[in-house]
Design a protein around this ligand. Structure first.
Ligand SMILES: [Zn+2]
Length: 280
């Protein structure tokens, strides 16, 4: 685990990348920020977490780190000990955790509650939607420390790496770590485009309702796009036993043929809209 701090004092803000070793985009964003070492208004922790898994380009070495919190220092599993160490380092921090998916190219935010902080960040981060995962937080970083996860795009893509940088800069600006002009200059320097999208005035919130199971090691094909409404009775995937039909209407989230071992992804309901205030 690589832990760096910008600024003096005890940090209450952190950015974490590389919880999963096969998601390099967030890691390159954090490394570039460490290298640039910009002036900060308040201290921030920048952490690259699972270096062993990153080196091997695998999701995890022994067990999924984002199912291992709060962790246990006496366990043999690498990720159990790592979860414990990371939770300890992050105590008292509000954390942005950078991830990427096999299911959706556009950035979205994953949260365990929709409160004023999340509404503020939803309005100020370049994300197209917010996913409320509050029924499914067991073992995840959410369970250990106040966390905002962002899915930056497709695993291993340049677009996900650029989005990770843009999201990190927008987060650090929203949390008053980076002065607005410093964040804007860095975005230009890194070539990741503007931090604001003036055309986006509202952000939908989807709440994950249930997991859509699959049989491990069988071939599936997903036939619909994430966040696009699936009607009751609609065929949304094919698998070893034929068509997979929606028993009720839902919005697919994190749906992909190969993203998970024993599920295709989640069925969500669209809950509400967070509107963006006029940007300052
Ligand atoms: Zn991940």
């Amino acid at each position: 685990m690589r832990v760096e701090q910008l600024g003096e004092g005890t940090p209450t803000v952190a950015v974490v990348a590389g919880i999963h070793g096969d998601e390099p985009g967030g890691v390159s964003a954090v490394e570039r920020l460490i290298e640039a070492s910009p002036p900060v208004e308040r201290p921030v922790l920048l952490i690259v977490v699972n270096e062993r898994a990153l080196e091997a380009s695998v999701r995890y070495v022994d067990t999924d780190l984002n199912r291992a919190f709060p962790g246990d220092p006496t366990q043999d599993a690498h990720e159990s000990r790592l979860a414990h160490d990371l939770a300890e380092r992050l105590e008292g921090c509000t954390v942005l955790s950078l991830h990427s998916t096999q299911s959706h190219p556009e950035p979205f935010m994953v949260v365990d509650q929709v409160d004023p902080l999340v509404e503020r960040l939803a309005a100020r981060l370049p994300v197209e939607s917010v996913v409320d995962t509050s029924d499914f937080i067991q073992g995840r970083l959410f369970a250990a420390v106040r966390t905002i996860e962002v899915e930056c795009g497709l695993q291993g893509s340049d677009a996900a790496a650029a989005a990770a940088l843009r999201l990190t800069l927008a987060y650090l600006r929203a949390m008053d770590v980076l002065a607005p002009d410093v964040a804007t200059e860095l975005a230009e320097e890194f070539g990741v485009g503007p931090l604001d999208d003036p055309d986006r005035t509202e952000t939908p919130v989807y709440r994950l309702a249930e997991q859509i199971p699959k049989i491990p090691d069988e071939d599936y094909k997903v036939l619909v796009d994430n966040f696009e409404h699936v009607r009751e009775g609609e065929r949304f995937a094919t698998g070893p036993t034929g068509d997979v039909i929606a028993s009720e209407s839902f919005y697919p989230v994190l749906l992909s043929a190969d993203g998970y071992e024993s599920m295709l992804g989640y069925a969500a309901q669209r809950q509400r809209i967070v509107s963006s205030p006029i940007r300052e």
